[in-house]
Design a protein around this ligand. Structure first.
Ligand code: GLU
Length: 298
């Protein structure tokens, strides 16, 4: 194969990515996701990238990142180098935010989590039913969309901090066709109807961390040329937001494969605090990488 052939092949090959957040140790659920990405990349002759999603600078630490890399090396998954780290690309996410701001789709949001909670409780005490997002969290109140220029400027100069939120109604009014995505995972498959409105005015830039998961993940999937997003079914509904952001920012649309989740003994999704399924613990108990494959049935 000539260098040119090799470059063409690399350019045309499907691109997969595993994107853990180093805010805890990896568990069996992560192993399933990483192994599935590797298996699918291999079967399609694709590339396999690793992205460290460390936008939350307080919870993600270099030690945890080292532990993540160590667990993945032990599992024997051949990720391409160099690894992308989201904390090194805040300027790119900021640029995407500025574009959405220039389109008039984003507004500064000042209510704290506690204030929203109090508002929702008061409303529900009166017998109302406050709308919730697909994860069960109350939707953010929308009144700050229409703050007057003066009041907004005043709040921006005096508030301790603020987030930036997407005005979902305005954003959807710019999208000409119904949003869909192609799904090949373990839940419903085929052409899925995206419903970003179910999330309300999502955060694009957090008050306590630069960027939000939704913005960074969408920008990065495009920046890395990801063609196949393979991740857990817990992120199935988040895809609606990602499809909307892709449409607004003119980014390509990957194929999505949301895989089954590994559940704990209580029937709930594994969390990073459940030590008995941490790969490091299983490894210390003498389990091998092929035992892990067997445990997650890959
Ligand atoms: N960083 C996310 C997580 O660890 C995954 C993001 C994604 O795959 O889109 O849950």
């Amino acid at each position: 194969m000539t260098e040119r052939d090799r470059q063409t092949t690399t350019r045309d090959a499907p691109v997969f990515r595993f994107a853990p957040s180093p805010n805890g140790r990896l568990h069996l659920g992560h192993a399933l996701s990483a192994l599935l990405n590797a298996e699918m990349a291999e079967s399609l002759g694709g590339r396999l990238l690793l992205r460290i999603e460390d936008i939350d600078l307080t919870r993600c630490t270099p030690e945890l990142e080292r532990a993540v890399l160590d667990d993945l090396t032990w599992l024997g998954i051949p990720f391409e180098q160099p690894v992308r780290r989201q904390s090194e690309h805040f300027a790119l996410y900021r640029e995407a935010l500025e574009r959405l701001l220039a389109m008039g789709l984003v507004y500064p949001a000042f209510l704290t989590r506690g204030e929203v909670k109090a508002r929702v409780s008061a409303f529900e005490r009166e017998g109302g039913l406050w709308p919730r997002d697909p994860d069960g969290a109350p939707l953010y109140p929308t009144e700050e969309r229409s703050l007057g220029e003066g009041e907004r400027a005043e709040k921006l100069s005096t508030a301790e901090r603020h987030a930036w939120r997407l005005d979902i109604d305005k954003a959807l009014s710019l999208v000409a066709k119904p949003l869909t995505w192609r799904e090949t995972g373990d839940g419903p498959t085929g052409e899925m109807a995206a419903d970003p409105a179910a999330w309300g005015d999502v955060v694009l830039w957090r008050s306590d961390a630069p960027s939000s998961y939704h913005l960074a993940v969408t920008v990065d999937d495009a920046a890395q040329g990801v063609t196949h997003v393979v991740r857990g079914l817990d992120l199935f509904h988040a895809t609606s937001v990602h499809r909307l952001l892709q449409e607004l920012l003119g980014l390509p649309e990957p194929v999505y494969h949301h895989h089954r989740l590994i559940l704990g003994p209580d029937g709930r999704k594994l969390s990073k605090s459940l030590c008995d399924t941490a790969l490091s613990v299983l490894r210390a108990e003498g389990k091998t990488p092929s035992d892990i494959r067997a445990m997650v049935a890959v």
